[in-house]
Each structure stands twice: as C-alpha cells, then as structure tokens.
Design a binder for this molecule. Structure first.
Ligand code: NAI
Length: 385
C-alpha cells in the first residue's frame, strides 16, 4: 500500500498537542510527514519543521504559504491536521477544504454554530473528508463500549454519566497568568471556557458510545474563581434522541484530579465504567452478576476494539495510540476514497464535521442555559432540527 502524505499546521515546538499528533500519524507507517506550518512565528516554524525532517521548501512560514505551496504539487498532502489555537480553526479548515484537501481539525472545530454549519456544508460540497479530533474515541475500550451498546449487551441505555474534571486552573494566584487568563476571557475564548475546552470531549464520547445525539440540556455554569468571566466548572443535564438521560460534570478547579475524563453507561441489562487514566481496563457488570474487568487486548473483543489494539494484553496502551486510531481510520477512509471503494466499517469511526457542529450547538446551549439559571434549551444545531 502506498504511503499517504501528511501535513500539519500548528503543533510547533513546545505546543501541548503537536507531539501526540506526530506520534499518532506516524505510528502505523500509513502517513509520511512531509509538510508543515508549525508555528505562529514564521522562522521558528520553518526551523522546527526542518529539525523534524521536513525538506526546506515544505517547512512553511505560515498556513497561507503552505496552502499555495501544496496546491500546485503532484505529491501534495493527502491530509492536513489543524492544531492551532481555536479562533484560527475555521478559516484554515475552510480554505484547505475549498482547495480540495482532507482536513483533521482540532476541537472545538469553530467559534460559532454558523461557522460550524459552514464547514459541514463545505465538506459536503467538496467531497473532502473533514474530521474533528475527539481523539479519546480512539481508545480500543471506548470503541468496545460502543460495540457492546450497539449489539444490545446493555439493553436500552437508561443513563450516561460523563466527566472531564481536572484541577489545573485551580490556583487563584495563577488566574492572571497570561497563559491561563485568555481561556476565561470571552474576547479570546468565546462564550464558554471549560465546557468548550473539555466538556465537549465528554459529551461527544457519550454520543459516540450510545449512538445517540443530544437534544436538550440544562446547565449550571460557575466561575469558582470569581475574577473569571467565563465558567471554570459546569454541571450539565441533558437528554438524548434515543431516550437516554445524560449527566455531565466538567471542571478545571478540581484539585487532585489529573486528566479526569470518565464515562459510565447504565442500561437495563448492565453497566459499564471506563476512565481515561486507566484506559486498558473496562468495568462491566451484567445485571445480577459479578463485576467483570475487560482487558484491552484480550480475546473475543469486538472487531472495532481488536482493530484499535496494537500490543498484547497486559501491556499498557495510551493516548498517542488512541490518536493513532483516528489517523488509522483516516488513512483507510482516504485510501477508500482514492480507490473508489467502500471504507472498512470497523475503520469508519472517526469524528466528523457534523460532530464538531453538534458540539458547537451544545457549547452555545450551555452558555445560554447557564445564563438563564439552568433553563432547558434546544441543543441541536439549526441544521439538524
Ligand atoms: P499550544 O498553545 O500549546 O500550541 C499552539 C501551537 O500552534 C503553537 O506551536 C503555535 O506557535 C502554533 N500556532 C498558533 N497560531 C498559528 C498559526 N496561525 N499558524 C501556524 N501555527 C500556529 O496549543 P495546544 O494546547 O497544542 O492546542 C492547540 C489546539 O488543540 C487547540 O484548539 C486545543 O483546543 C486543541 N487541543 C486538543 C486536545 C485533544 O485532546 N483533542 C488536547 C489539547 C489541545
């Protein structure tokens, strides 16, 4: 199988998420990293790109230069990852889609619902793949949870409980640190801070695993550090289109919590519990039986979980491998598109622009409900009402 060409915008030296993308994209040998505009400072981006092995004329100074340079090439990139700060996602993603590139955009996909609808429209019009990096859905056991729900192991799903609560912005003395302050400033962060940053991962995971979309929600948003304009903690109740009740807690002031992403799913016939900090174990309790531990890599898991596992049981896999599964899905989808054949269904799991749009509608729903003392609001994007 021929290798695919991959490029990256953002993810420069010292960035938080750039290395996880490079590890994920490189893991299976499906993608060659051939182009990048990695930094908001042109020289730093060119220099770092070359140190990572890019040839000098493809270590670009900015994304517009990269768009122009790649558009004319016969060996142009097959996939562009956008891992820049949130406010730039819309413009970069839109321009690359319009020029005929497949895009993997970091979350949140845009800053507004209207922009997100525009991206969905562009992906549909151009026929390009537009994925959104809800990378934690790449964990093998998250995919196994989804498969268990889909094949009816839990019966009807009654309740889903999602959390993404950490304590990394809990120090009031740090609230004025420029690296923290912008996140809670509406001019830079938009209508929501913690929910838009972390809550949407948990909410998307609830949809991914249950196969249901959020319809309505009620939110209690609080700035526990009073100088903050936007929320650093939120409790969100929601309802899903298959009748499941949802509860979600997200926080950045939960001292002692590290990454803090968890999902619990309770059905008529059993309950599941998974936590990202111990991603190789899934706890399953069938009704009336004993609690069981499902280990990643053990025999007889779902095809989706088997495909997403790399090393044998008992050896821990972690976050870059979850990202690698998103890239592996994308490699299969891009090859299927090039070859004019259907995509392997076990690989057809990567989050789409439509998921990014649903998240944006939820972000605006949370902000609206939070301001209205928790009034229930419609959380569906206008396009899907
Ligand atoms: P960061 O601030 O650590 O790094 C951003 C990088 O982008 C820097 O290297 C910066 O120089 C570069 N950059 C900024 N503007 C640019 C431009 N116009 N062109 C080219 N490069 C540019 O940010 P971080 O934490 O890596 O976040 C980036 C994005 O990834 C955000 O949207 C964030 O929400 C998302 N993210 C997603 C995660 C996930 O689990 N899916 C986890 C962490 C972040």
């Amino acid at each position: 199988m021929s290798k695919l060409n991959w490029g990256m915008i953002g993810g420069g030296e010292g960035s938080q998420i750039g290395p996880a993308h490079r590890l994920g994209a490189g893991l299976d040998g499906a993608f060659d990293f051939v182009a990048g505009a990695l930094d908001h400072r042109a020289d730093a981006g060119r220099d770092y790109g070359q140190r990572l092995g890019l040839v000098s004329d493809r270590a670009y100074g900015d994304w517009r230069e990269m768009l122009a340079g790649e558009t004319g090439r016969a060996d142009r990139v097959d996939l562009v990852t956008v891992a820049t700060p949130n406010a730039t996602h819309f413009e970069i993603t839109a321009e690359f889609l319009k020029a005929g590139f497949n895009v993997l955009c970091e979350k949140p996909m845009t800053m507004t619902v209207g922009e997100a609808e525009h991206i969905v429209g562009l992906a549909r019009e151009t026929g390009q793949i537009c994925a959104v990096n809800y990378g934690y859905t790449g964990y093998a056991l998250v995919r196994h949870m989804r498969a268990m729900v889909a094949r009816g192991d839990l019966g009807k799903v009654r309740l889903v409980k999602a959390e993404f609560a950490h304590g990394h912005h809990a120090d009031a003395a740090d609230a004025d640190n420029p690296r923290v302050r912008w996140r809670y400033d509406p001019a830079q962060a938009g209508v929501s801070a913690q929910f838009a940053d972390c809550g949407i991962h948990a909410l998307h995971m609830a949809s991914f695993v249950t196969g249901q979309n959020v319809t309505t929600l009620s939110a209690d948003c609080v700035s526990c550090i009073e100088s903050r304009t936007l929320e650093d903690d939120a409790m969100v109740n929601f309802r899903m289109d298959g009748g499941t009740v949802g509860r979600l807690w997200t926080s950045s002031i939960a001292i002692g919590r590290q990454h803090g992403l968890t999902l619990q799913v309770f059905g008529e016939k059993g309950g599941l519990r998974w936590a990202q900090e111990q991603p190789n174990q899934l706890f399953w309790m069938p009704l009336g039986q004993r609690l069981q531990t499902i280990e990643r890599g053990e025999g007889n898991l779902s095809p989706e979980a088997d495909r997403a596992s790399r090393v044998t049981v008992g050896h821990a896999e972690g976050m870059p491998l979850a990202f690698a599964n998103i890239y592996s899905d994308l490699a299969e989808a891009i090859r299927a598109k090039k070859e004019g054949r259907p995509c392997d269904p076990a690989a057809d799991l990567f989050p789409r622009a439509e998921d990014g749009l649903r998240s944006m509608a939820a972000v605006f729903g949370v902000a609206e409900s939070g301001k209205a003392d928790g009034q229930w609001v419609d959380a569906r994007p206008p396009m899907f009402r």
